[in-house]
Design a binder for this molecule. Structure first.
Ligand code: C2E
Ligand code: CA
Ligand code: CA
Length: 709
């Protein structure tokens, strides 16, 4: 009410050229609608300028003219006159008001009113006050009695302080809460800032309500406080009445709600909501202080697969382990959050943030490369980290986040590690989005093709089989490598359709070759995602039936991660596939979990040594080890990615069973694969493993002698 009336008055008071009468008429209209007494008082002339009907009644005036004509200084002491003058100066130009208790005698009966007094802008130098009186029902004796009893028994702590903050009175509840020490008002506040806030509120108004931690006999406790300026009932001097209610329970409930709303329940890290607000806050202060900021987007490669194949419980534990590792890399002032799923974000807010960001990213990569032990599995993670820099890359949080996200995708496409945002990354992201939209179309229109890459027997180089590899020629992007679109298909669920098409094409081709007299097995790659659906064995069975292909001519290349899932449905699918009669092979062996236990546990036929062990034309010593293990378990060992004769000879000499790689042939389309079969597999041997091994041994001996001398 106070605010509204003064607002209305001031909003219309600007025009000084209006006559007094006109001006009063304009501002009095909304006021005349009030049912409580209200009047305009000219402090200079000590006269009432205008009053509403209730105001006239209060002043026992027969008409407005009669009241306007009254000399109000009659019956007003000099101090009252001075006080009103002071108010008009203090309150001028503000929307504040002061309250005073006045006694009036309408119709000859004494009544107590709380008068709210505010200043209004008047034409010229005039000083006007607007006074609004609200009746304070006179307390009966019994009311007074009840009130004092209530004061004694209420659980609300009520204390009265003088203007210097000295404690004058406290009710029993307040005395219980405070104990013996009568602290001053300022000493009651735990945090000086809260006391300053309360004081400044009181300086501008007669009352203040705040929540603060207060010193009590039981230590610091959250209280809801109401402070009021009022005359001390005993001395009549100005004093401060404070009532306090313990709100520690509400506070802890609130804190819990905040914790739930602002932190991630799994890892205890701040969540997306707090990340966003912190980032915005830090950006604002970095902008003001011309500071640099760096943000790191961390995404775990293939986490989704682990989660889907090994189960969510293990996935959750792994996330906790990862978050602990990341926390271990933080310095003072670094802020780590989990946005959701396997996405973490890190804020580096300090001088030289840009320089530190790449060092930090590299530390994070290293930290996750050390095995984490979760439910008996030793797991390492490869993160993809994108770095966005303020102010170099973006001014606002949305753009900065987008850019860090793009950089993260670029890192992911490069097979993990970290990347700092560069403007040309935008093009790469567009490419990815395009792949995503156009892949659906390619699947539906049957544009995807299947190529075949020969596998040769190490003993004599004859055909041992073909591996089916999917190919996509995009009308604009050209040949898109499977690595670029298989991941997209896995994320979007399109992989199921791709697998079905590849199974169908490959089995059909196998039956055609069989009919032509080349009865060779065909290997087909299976995404770990297939095992999620739970009916993959049925999919394979249907494809075999439709194409009339014999199951023993089909080999499914699965990954180590699938076998590690101890889930019943995965076991059932594997058992279902074996009972169909198809063969199972482990692809990219040695690249992942390196847990040899499962090799015995499952009905496997062969393992393919991961291509990375044959990098740069050389061979890693791990290969010998893998061949030995596979031998003991009577598994066929296939080496893929053979590019040099040196590699070929080493593998033959060490007892590898099958070889595949560019040295023999690249993946070929259907027609050329058939040509290769005919030309290559006309019954002749290409080498003798004995001869190669002997030659290898001689050469090795020569090299050793050369090394010795
Ligand atoms: P992968 O199963 O390990 O396939 C072998 C990859 O190595 C193929 O790449 C092949 O072209 C390449 N390669 C063969 N010999 C050599 C060599 O001597 N040197 C080098 N540097 N590379 C060689 P591609 O066809 O690009 O396939 C990449 C990956 O995409 C495959 O790796 C496989 O994981 C996936 N993929 C391919 N086709 C399919 C498919 O039909 N279904 C599924 N689910 N995944 C597929
Ligand atoms: Ca493969
Ligand atoms: Ca492979």
């Amino acid at each position: 009410m106070r605010m509204v009336t003064s607002h209305v008055v001031r909003a219309q008071s600007g025009n000084c050229s209006m006559s007094y009468q006109q001006y009063i008429k304009t501002i009095s209209y909304p006021l005349s609608l009030l049912s409580t007494p209200v009047w305009l008082f000219d402090v200079g002339k000590l006269r009432v300028l205008w009053a509403n009907q209730a105001g006239l009644d209060l002043w026992n005036a027969s008409s407005l003219e009669e009241l306007q004509g009254r000399d109000m200084s009659d019956g007003m002491t000099r101090t009252v006159c001075e006080r009103l003058g002071q108010y008009s100066e203090d309150l001028a130009g503000t929307s504040n008001s002061v309250a005073e208790h006045w006694t009036f005698y309408p119709k000859g009966r004494s009544c107590s009113y709380e008068c709210s007094i505010s200043a209004i802008e008047a034409p010229g130098d005039a000083r006007w006050l607007l006074i609004n009186a609200i009746r304070q029902d006179k307390l009966s004796d019994s009311d007074t009695l009840y009130r004092s009893v209530a004061l004694l028994h209420t659980s609300v702590c009520v204390s009265v302080f003088d203007r210097q903050g000295k404690l004058m009175y406290s009710n029993p509840a307040a005395r219980r809460m405070l104990g013996a020490a009568p602290l001053t008002l300022s000493e009651r506040f735990l945090d000086e800032q809260d006391w300053h806030l309360a004081r400044s509120k009181l300086a501008h108004s007669t009352g203040a309500s705040i929540e603060a931690q207060m010193n009590t006999a039981a230590g610091a406790v959250w209280h809801s406080l109401t402070l009021e300026l009022c005359p001390d009932p005993v001395s009549g001097k100005k004093s401060i009445l404070m009532s306090e209610i313990d709100i520690s329970n509400q506070r802890s409930a609130q804190q819990l709600v905040n914790r739930l709303a602002y932190s991630d329940t799994l890892t205890g890290l701040p969540n997306r909501t707090s990340w966003l607000s912190t980032l915005n806050d830090r950006l604002e202060s970095a902008r003001e202080q011309h500071r640099e900021l760096a943000i790191l987007f961390v995404d775990l490669d293939r986490f989704k697969l682990i989660n889907d194949t090994l189960g969510h419980t293990l996935g959750d534990k792994l996330l906790v382990a990862v978050s602990d590792r990341l926390k271990g890399c933080l310095g003072e002032g670094d802020y780590l959050a989990r946005l959701g799923g396997d996405e973490f974000t890190l804020l580096i807010d300090e001088k030289g943030a840009q320089g530190r960001s790449e060092k930090m990213a590299s530390n994070l990569v290293d930290a996750l490369a050390i095995p984490m032990h979760v439910d008996g599995h030793a797991m390492t993670m490869i993160p993809s980290i994108g770095i966005g820099l303020f102010p170099q890359h973006a001014e606002d949080s949305t753009l900065l986040m987008q850019q860090a996200d793009m950089a993260m995708y670029a890192a992911k496409e490069a097979g993990g590690g970290f990347r700092t945002f560069k403007p040309d990354m935008t093009t790469q992201i567009r490419r990815r989005l395009r792949i995503e939209t156009d892949l659906r179309e390619a699947i539906d229109s049957g544009t995807l093709q299947v190529y075949f890459q020969p596998k040769l027997a190490a003993t004599d180089g004859r055909m041992a089989g073909m591996e089916a590899l999917v190919r996509w020629e995009h009308p604009v992007l050209g040949w898109v490598p499977p690595e670029d679109f298989i991941a997209v298909a896995e994320e979007t669920g399109m992989i199921g359709d791709i697998t079905r098409q590849v199974l169908h094409h490959s089995m059909l081709q196998q039956t055609v070759w069989s009919a032509q007299g080349h009865d060779i097995p065909v290997a087909i790659n299976v995404s770990p995602m297939e095992f999620r659906r739970g009916d993959f064995d049925t999919v394979v069975r249907d494809a075999l039936q439709q194409t009339n292909c014999r199951p023993q001519c089909i080999e499914l290349e699965i990954t180590e991660s699938m076998l590690m899932a101890d889930s019943e449905s995965v076991q059932q699918i594997l058992a279902g596939l074996t009972s169909l009669g198809v063969k199972l092979s482990i692809d990219d062996f040695g690249s992942g979990y390196s847990n040899l236990g499962y090799l015995q546990k499952f009905p496997l036929d062969s393992i393919k040594i991961d291509r990375s062990f044959l990098d740069d034309g050389g061979i890693s010593p791990v290969v010998e080890l893998i061949i030995d293990v596979a031998r003991t378990l009577s598994l066929t060992v296939v080496a893929e990615g053979v590019e040099t004769t040196e590699q070929r000879n080493f593998l033959i000499a060490h007892g590898c069973d099958q070889l595949q790689g560019f040295l023999f042939s690249k993946p070929l389309d259907k027609r050329r694969a058939t040509d290769f079969l005919i030309a290559h597999d006309n019954g002749r041997a290409h080498w003798s493993s004995h001869a190669v091994s002997a030659e290898w041994a001689v050469q090795r001996r020569r090299e050793e002698l050369a090394e010795d001398t």
